[in-house]
Design a protein around this ligand. Structure first.
Ligand code: UDP
Length: 328
């Protein structure tokens, strides 16, 4: 296959590029580098089956030659990113998805949309099955992302129903792993960096809100299976093991032996921050024979070395001298 991955220089996109190359396919990674980085794909540049195209897909997309599949992953995805980039987030979710669908039509390509657990908003049903319609505030600060993704799902289904395009929709729940941006503001990069710097972890609100974290390798396996399945309706891909943010902070401190503890920051919690989030993955288990394999503690251990290297490059790790006990 010749596969186009929009957002290919992003966190998830770059892992997808690797997976498709490993399977022997040809990969075109497209990204405007607004939140993605060529650092994430630099190691692929020597591969003759890989090509990077710098382009903002909110504008008309031109690609020469055939395309068999489009994995549509371009979007700011962290709450602080889409708060800072509200118009770009709406544009890439709406115009970008429209352009990517148009390209899929022109090339006769199968199209997979990266949607999100945010379509469920601050959910009133727990855990969330795909049949739940969600509880989204369209005019709140998170609405720019949530509504763009809801629109993206609607237009993807319209292309399927009206044009007969082969489409797939994945609703991705909180995912972590190497190549998350240091300053993307999400809880995993924040906590791991703070722990490595031996600073207290910043728990927003009271820390009783929950999330269910999946390792990126598990997600990529689910995406690969979904693309090759026949399922047109949305499918949740996430790890159902749920933690409060406070429990998660304690786990990170324990795994990194951070003595600095936790600091509670109620004022930093973003408006409409979901109180709970846990995927119901019965459908993925049933139709894809998929479930996550990597427990949180193991996945965090696989992720810490990436952040340690990044902080080392920036000279932001405590030195041995900083850590030496002081003798009076
Ligand atoms: N959060 C936190 N401390 C941080 C960053 C985030 O307590 O340094 C909380 C945030 O308020 C939310 C949860 O962690 O309840 C997950 O936030 P994140 O930004 O990772 O993504 P979200 O799941 O909200 O999209």
């Amino acid at each position: 296959m010749r596969v186009l991955i929009t957002g290919g220089a992003g966190f998830i996109g770059s892992h997808l590029c690797e997976r498709f190359l490993d399977e022997g396919h040809e990969v075109l990674a497209m990204d405007n580098l607004l939140t993605g980085s060529t650092d994430n794909i630099a190691h692929l540049s020597g591969n003759e089956r890989f090509r990077f195209i710098k382009h903002d897909i909110s504008n008309y997309i031109y690609v020469a030659g055939p395309i068999d599949a489009i994995m549509h992953f371009a979007s700011p995805a962290s709450p602080i990113d889409y708060l800072e980039l509200p118009i770009q987030t709406l544009k890439v979710g709406a115009l970008g998805t429209h352009n990517a669908l148009g390209l899929a039509m022109a090339k006769g390509a199968r199209f997979l949309l990266a949607s999100t657990s945010e379509v469920y908003g601050d959910p009133l049903i727990h855990p969330q099955p795909e049949t739940y319609w969600g509880n989204v505030n369209p005019v709140g600060p998170r609405g720019v992302y949530d509504e763009a993704k809801r629109f993206a799902e609607a237009i993807t289904m319209a292309y399927n129903r009206y044009h007969g395009l082969q489409t797939r929709i994945v609703r991705i729940f909180n995912t972590y792993g190497p190549r998350m941006r240091l300053n993307d503001g999400r809880v995993v990069p924040n906590f791991i960096q703070q722990a490595l710097r031996q600073e207290p972890l910043t728990v927003y609100g009271d820390g009783q809100q929950t999330r269910s974290f999946q390792f990126v390798g598990d997600l990529v396996e689910g995406l690969y299976r979904l693309l090759h399945s026949d399922e047109v309706e949305p499918v949740n891909i996430g790890n159902p093991h749920e933690f409060t943010i406070r429990e998660f902070a304690e786990l990170v401190n324990q795994l990194t032996e951070n003595p600095a503890g936790i600091v509670v920051k109620p004022e930093l919690r973003i408006q409409d921050d979901p109180q709970t989030r846990q995927p119901d993955i019965s459908k993925a288990r049933r139709i894809l024979d998929w479930e996550p394999r990597v427990p949180l503690a193991e996945g965090i251990k696989l992720t810490v070395p990436y952040f340690r290297d990044e902080l080392q490059k920036l000279g932001q790790l405590p030195t041995v001298a900083d850590q030496a006990p002081t003798h009076g």
